[in-house]
Write a protein that binds this ligand. Sequence first.
Ligand code: NDP
Length: 456
Amino acid sequence: MTEVQATVEKARSAARWWGGLSYNERRSRLLAWKRHIARHIGELAALVAEETGKPQDDAALEVMLAVEHLDWAARNAGKVLGRHRVPSGMLAANHVATLEYLPLGVIGVIGPWNYPVYTPLGSVSYALAAGNAVVFKPSEHTPRTGAWLADAWATAVPGEPVLQAVLGDGAVGAELTWSGVDKIAFTGSAATARKVMATCAETLTPLVVEGGGKDAMIVAADADLDAAARAAAFGGFGNAGQTCAGVERVYVERSVYPEFLGKLSALAVGEQTMTTPEQPAIVRAHVEDAVSRGGRAVVGGPSSITASTVAPVVLAEVPEDSIAVTEETFGPTLVVNPVDSVDEAVQLTNASKYGLAASIFSKDSHGATRIARKLRTGAASVNAVLGFAGVPSLPFGGVGDSGFGRIHGADGLREFSRAQAVTRQRFAAPMDLMRLDRDPKVMQRALRLFHFRHGR
Ligand code: NDP
């Protein structure tokens, strides 16, 4: 038996214990884990900073957000998932109908390196709160962070191994996918998601995919340009641009385009470290493609990207078929293109194969919220970027190459559950149609009622 198989076996028996606890019993244990993480935030943030190369304060912010979600999942699982009555309808008025969302069993969570706490815990916390055991495969670039989270669980909730980590490269992820777990929660690139889905098809294992993005910001002519530029800089250059729902494209109404470019360029400063050795070459290829197709490098250029560090790059008037526009860059670059109208910006935003999130800046915030409805994305922020990331009651996930299924919020709890419908007959039906010796007169009466109810 391999290590992954042995770990999943142990998780199976832990899942029986954990799934058998009441919501309140799980809640108190989840909150003990939360307190442990919160009390050791300095230690965890230092480890994340060491493994990813991001500043420690950014790592601490990531932990703070993750803990907020964990707290919400722990406190709301009973309310969202617990058995509750639903209307039984006319045909079954003699039954009491109830619905509960029960645990699936063991969830395999496969995580990325860019936010090695916040992102996997978006699945782990909600899966645990829904009553499942979890086997977590962190990215090979952030194994110690993954192990830390599992160790923290073992310290805070000693006994059954409800959360375990398996360490290694993609082959370990593939093995976990094969292992017969009850669901896989995958976060990473669309290319790897396709491989994971192919394996899940073989074993009929359900899957939730949190993929990448090519998120756009739309800046209307009436927007607060200082606020929009600050948000674009944070969303585009923060975490060295390695944010799945960060800003990669900005569409600005033509009348304010030069002014916005000026304000953004003034904020495009600071060298950062990229987490993986492969990523700088990808970022450089995107910048070179944009420039070779006639895009203007307003700040920086291909030379801003060295083997280990990157400085912000602002690219203007980039053709929409450049890979800097069509592919996820995952580096501190922003493509800023002018548009004739907000409608054109919506159309270009939706032209992407990705559909994770977007942001809209306009003084007419209600109008901007209406524009959000036209976007083919899983989330949108008005007059901010990543506003949804810190709202644990909101679901998160994408469409198209950005994935399917949802983590976070009530939808995120249900994602790791199976709905179980139960009816309890209270009294015999006055018109009983569910019997072999059905009375034809009763059927005729039922048909008359049916026509009256639905056929008028
Ligand atoms: P990858 O797709 O390369 O890897 C994701 C995870 O899958 C890693 O743990 C990886 O292991 C593992 N893996 C690799 N091959 C397989 C396989 N055949 N079967 C099962 N698991 C496998 O993504 P990155 O880790 O490089 O992360 C960057 C990508 O993730 C970006 O595209 C980014 O946008 C996206 N992302 C999406 C987020 C979201 O919430 N929507 C959040 C964060 C990132 P190993 O690392 O050891 O190779």
